[in-house]
Design a protein around this ligand. Structure first.
Ligand code: FA5
Length: 340
């Protein structure tokens, strides 16, 4: 029986060497290793052997089977490799075909909006002034007239980097930096950049978003200059705006403080979901620079005055383009981003 086994194994190995196609390989597999294959039959016949010969034969037959299975797999791999090489050589794959095109990207809607804002303010003589995103507690709050424990700090709570260092909650600390750099010259700057807040994320609010701050410092700067500047901005940014309104408000770093609203551009003041049926949309917080802040920037408030405002970037873009969820901006969904 053992001799017969060796003979079958030898025959299987030599016939495997001449198999040249997947089809013939399958025929070979069935002939030797299949359910009724030669080797399977031999294994089945172990029971017919005398008891003392069974263990040795069983071991040998199992080894032979394993060996042939491995040889089968090697041959299958070889044939596949040969097929691929033949295809490549035979030209069934045209390697000269152009690749799939990757279209050019374009600017993110936030960047586009920022650039529109820069252009409008550039025409009014405002330069861009960059300030850091990581700020000291003193600049983000203290020098803006919010000493420790000032209740207004709660409204602008943020992420703390370490004791006394925060991710800025607004672009307003840049006011102090610009004043300290330019003092005693007059100033007309906008300060764009990313802000961070400890904020419940919703359709209107993100915990990271952009703002553009505006600051003008000079002699005889008045509230009417602020209103004129914001009106011109709204007219240019939203295009042919109807009415603008100023409401009294409160910011610790401006006095007096206002909120500027425009008549809702979606419903033209009639009331809709976006303007929460009020007919008005908030565009900026603003006011006359507080004397303490002017002083902290190095200017004498008895001689100098100034106005400041802060607007978001995503929210104005939402209004302009009818986007109803701020989370779409940074969700990385190309179906959204490609629309702008
Ligand atoms: C401020 O941050 C003040 N620093 C603005 C200011 C500057 C007032 C100078 C006076 C003088 P406020 O928290 O309201 O104010 O934010 C200003 C704008 O930032 C909002 O109108 C809104 O457009 C945008 N904004 C605020 N929080 C978020 C948020 N979580 N997600 C998206 N945009 C936001």
């Amino acid at each position: 029986m053992l001799d017969e086994l060796r003979q079958v194994e030898e025959e299987a190995r030599s016939s495997l060497r001449v198999v040249q196609s997947g089809e013939n390989l399958e025929i070979w597999r069935r002939r030797y290793l299949g359910k009724n294959g030669a080797l399977t039959e031999m294994l089945r016949s172990v029971g017919d052997l005398p008891k003392d010969e069974r263990p040795a034969f069983g071991r040998a037959a199992n080894e032979a089977k394993r060996g042939l299975e491995e040889a089968f797999q090697r041959r299958a791999d070889e044939l596949e490799r040969q097929d691929t090489e033949r295809e490549l050589r035979g030209g069934s794959v045209d390697v000269t075909l152009p690749g799939r095109p990757i279209g050019p990207g374009h600017l993110h809607i936030t960047t586009q909006t920022l650039r529109q804002i820069y252009a409008i303010f550039a025409d009014m003589g405002f330069q861009v002034y960059e300030a850091p995103e990581v700020e000291t507690d003193e600049l983000n709050f203290g020098l803006l007239n919010m000493p420790p424990d000032h209740p207004a700090r709660d409204m602008w709570d943020t992420f703390w980097v370490e004791e006394g260092v925060v991710m800025r909650t607004h672009t307003s600390p840049g006011q102090i930096r610009a004043m300290r750099e330019y003092c005693p010259e007059p100033i007309r700057v906008i300060l764009p950049g990313k802000c961070y807040r400890y904020e419940q994320v919703s359709a209107r609010s993100e915990h990271q978003f952009y703002q553009v701050e505006g600051l003008a410092v000079g002699h005889d700067i008045r509230m009417t200059d602020l209103i004129g500047t914001l009106t011109e901005f709204a007219r240019r940014f939203y295009g042919g705006v109807g009415r603008l309104r100023m409401r009294g408000s409160y910011f610790p770093f401006t006095e007096p403080s206002i909120e500027a609203d425009i008549e809702c551009i979606l419903c033209e003041g009639l009331g809709c979901r976006v303007c929460k049926n009020s007919g008005w949309l908030e565009i900026a917080g603003a006011g006359m620079v507080h004397p303490v802040v002017l002083e902290n920037g190095g200017y004498d408030p008895t001689e100098w005055s100034g106005f400041a405002f802060g607007t978001g970037v995503e929210r104005p873009a939402m209004l302009k383009h009818g986007i109803d969820d701020i989370r779409l901006f940074y969700g990385n969904d190309l179906r959204f981003l490609r629309q702008f």
